[in-house]
Design a protein around this ligand. Structure first.
Ligand code: ADE
Ligand code: ZN
Length: 335
């Protein structure tokens, strides 16, 4: 079996996926039209041409613009369903999805409209295709602590369906410590915690995410390699990193995929995973991220299997389910 066949055959969990980042231009046009919203692009070609980013902020500007056509529960359902269909195609059997309520509530879309649309699609995917999932609610770090607290309050009626809170959006200048109090309040309500850190921001933001926000995983975390003490801690405490190689390439975190430090971290014993982040914007869903990374870094079948095992190990699924998928992967022939 070649590398690509193995990747396609492996059951995988995705741990870093922004549902708003799975908004394909075709669906964006369809929803904009039915909601009577004008978008500044004439056609899909023009949209794709605009997806030329030089850093995180240049992407975020266009990502928030695209999300602004989502108004009704059906829009959130269609968005989520389209992503889950891709999961089925890629043999993603479990996914832990980020959503950004403030992107919508700040435009007057009620929290429950966003939540209900997403949740309804998750239920259908589990019933129809057996894809299991969890939801992670992210606070936008460029907004205030007060706005994050308001969002936390709005989420409480739905908290049994939201496993964790996270932190995303523009990293530099918005360190994790800005959200220490709201994360403490979220933990008191029973939420687990994760945070984007060390994507563009320095290694010190990863320390803060671990020490102040008590995160169970670091989203991205590739800049941990700049701090040996931090790296040793991540290895010792088996803290998963949800790495997103095609995202890192598109946002110029690494110049070339062959420069990516994923394999170095893997060899050092870091629990690295591969994820798609915002696949509609970065040119590939989960298998594409795996295939291109494996090729660029010359990952062998054991390394590919380890990354798939890490995705279950690092997930929030229950231990029995984890064990089931991990032994399935271990028993999968590679020849
Ligand atoms: N929101 C969506 N994708 C993101 C990323 N890669 N980093 C920070 N915020 C995001
Ligand atoms: Zn992300």
């Amino acid at each position: 079996m070649n590398r690509e066949e193995l990747i396609k055959k492996l059951p995988k969990a995705e741990l870093h996926l922004h549902i708003e980042g799975s908004f394909e231009p075709e669906l964006m046009f369809e929803i904009a039209q039915r909601n009577n919203i004008a978008i500044r692009f004439k056609n899909i070609m023009e949209v794709k041409e605009a997806y030329n980013f030089h850093n995180l902020q240049s992407f975020l500007d266009i990502y928030y613009e695209g999300a602004a056509v989502l108004i009704n529960e059906q829009d959130f359902y269609d968005l989520t369903m389209a992503y889950l269909k891709r999961c089925k195609e890629d043999n993603v059997v479990h996914t832990e999805i980020f959503f950004d309520p403030q992107t919508h509530t700040d435009r007057g879309v009620p929290f429950e409209v966003v939540f209900n649309g997403i949740q309804r699609a998750l239920t259908v995917a589990e019933t129809e295709w057996g894809i299991t999932s969890h939801l992670i609610m992210c606070f936008l770090r460029h907004l205030s602590e007060e706005s994050a607290f308001k969002t936390l309050k709005e989420s409480l009626p739905f908290k049994k369906h939201i496993i964790a809170v996270g932190l995303d959006s523009g990293e530099v200048g918005h360190p994790p410590q800005k959200f220490q109090r709201v994360f403490e309040a979220a933990m008191e309500e029973g939420f687990l915690t994760v945070a984007h850190a060390g994507e563009e921001g320095p290694a010190s933001y990863i320390w803060e995410a671990l020490d102040l926000l008590k995160v169970k995983r670091i989203d991205h975390g590739v800049r941990a390699m700049e701090d040996q003490k931090l790296l040793a801690r991540i290895i010792k405490e088996e803290i998963p990193l949800t790495v997103c190689p095609l995202s890192n390439l598109k946002l110029c975190v690494f110049k070339k995929l062959t420069d990516h430090n994923l394999k170095k971290m893997l060899k050092l014993g870091v629990r690295v995973t591969i994820n798609s982040d915002d696949p509609a914007y970065f040119g590939g869903y989960l298998n594409q991220n795996f295939i291109e990374t494996a090729k660029a870094l010359d990952l062998n079948s054991d390394e590919i299997k380890t990354i798939a095992i890490n995705s279950f190990q690092g997930s929030f699924m229950d231990e029995n389910e984890k064990t089931k998928w991990i032994s399935h992967i271990r028993n999968l022939p590679t020849t």
